[in-house]
Design a binder for this molecule. Structure first.
Ligand SMILES: [Zn+2]
Length: 97
């Protein structure tokens, strides 16, 4: 069984739009680290309480937030934790760490 052509076309269009949106979010994440070849981990460090303190380890992965609106650069342990426990999605290597 195959999908009717209009349905197939609509799915492809939606997936392409999602891929474009993710590329833009990754560009935004890179832009938060101007002048750095390697982005730093943006996950909050464990010692963060009142104020946000970034982990700041070299980021290995780009991770899509659980609500799908922000892409964060994260080191491998923070990426693993967020994917395993917070419903985030690993989008792949930063190509830097
Ligand atoms: Zn980290």
């Amino acid at each position: 069984m195959s999908l009717p052509k209009p349905v197939f076309d609509a799915i492809v269009k939606e997936q392409n739009a999602a891929a474009d949106a993710i590329r833009e979010l990754i560009s935004a994440a890179r832009a938060r680290h101007p002048g750095r070849k390697s982005p730093l981990c943006e996950e909050a460090a464990p010692q963060s309480r009142t104020y946000y303190i970034p982990c700041a380890a070299p980021a290995a992965r780009f991770v899509l937030s659980e609500r799908g609106r922000v892409v964060y650069a994260m080191c491998q342990p923070c990426a693993d934790h967020n994917v395993r426990n917070r419903g985030c999605q690993d989008l792949g290597p930063t190509g830097a760490a």
